[in-house]
Design a protein around this ligand. Sequence first.
Ligand code: ZN
Length: 393
Amino acid sequence: MTYRDLSSTVKKFMFDNPFFGHILMKIKKTITDKVPTAAVAIDPQTFNVDLLINPEYWKKLKPDQRMGLVHHEVLHVAFGHLQVASTYADQKIANLAMDMEINQYIPKQHTSDEWIFTDSPMFKHLNLPPKKGSKFYYQAIEEEAKTNPQFKQQLANMPGGSDHGNWTEYEDLTSQQKKMFDNQQKHNNKEAYKDTDQKSRGNLPGGLSREIEKLFEKKPQVFNWKAWFRKFLGTMLDIARKKTHKRESKRFAGLPGLRTKKKIALFVSVDTSGSMGDKEIADVFEQINYIYKAGAVIRVVTWDTQIHDDFMYTGKAPKNIHGGGGSCIDDVIKLYNDKRRDYTAAIHLTDGYISCNEKLLGRHLFVITANGTKFDPGSKCRMFQIPKDAEEQ
Ligand SMILES: [Zn+2]
């Protein structure tokens, strides 16, 4: 068998199914005896889909069966089954549910009686409705297996495996690789949809076209606070460096040792009173860590109504351990105001539900948590709020 043997099926399939034909064109195809029949898998080199076909198996199929086989595999891909498979606890039931979801969209003459349908003899008594998702069918089968021992036995006797190979391999990818794979699949679905005329779009499974249409909706831009914060810290460093340089060259040129270099130092205060999450504290310190590693000195103060901890940062973010009622930042501001010449800037991480009666001197940045509130500090300062969906970035 050569790839040319595939092409007549592929061509006919594309003609009959413009959308799924497009998807089929986008995925890799490999002729291999690694699988007994055919399967779709994740290609570990490109993190795209690989359609694996056993040549001996292919030879035995009639043209209609070949059409059905290709259709079945491409539907799995378009429905995102490689990604969802590992979210199900029972892989055997998951395989049945996913096949049930897609087989009903394949022309009858391209399928055979052994295939899994909502009305296959074993499932007929469940009266499963058509055009439901695999999740629905999974729950229905799982429920029946719990209450019907005979059905459970029948399930156990069914051959496992099927054409799905090892779909739990998706679980083994790193989050970066998962993202690459997901984005590639979304991209393929979108591109295929763009290339499909209105009439053929109308023939697509409803749930699928709704999902794809969602991909075309413009998402509101999420404020990338981490990048902004990093830039802010970088600017602080530049200002400190310039100042140091200017002072020395102008007034103390040639007189080393008269004045020590101004240290690049940050004063970071963390409000541990209310709705502050450890995740948000960790996120902020992840950014602070960049400039710590670049040689900055960082003093950390935690507070609610008074100052609790006061220590030099050595690479470990404080945990939000105190909790409790209201908070007042006055002690912190007093402390900073007195020592402000030692620092480049103060950064306060808070939910914003605080009272502040001290006048802010020097440079301040307030970082407000996603569930927090912006407030009026009475003096000029910078302030921004971490967006609610910041985790998506
Ligand atoms: Zn299948």
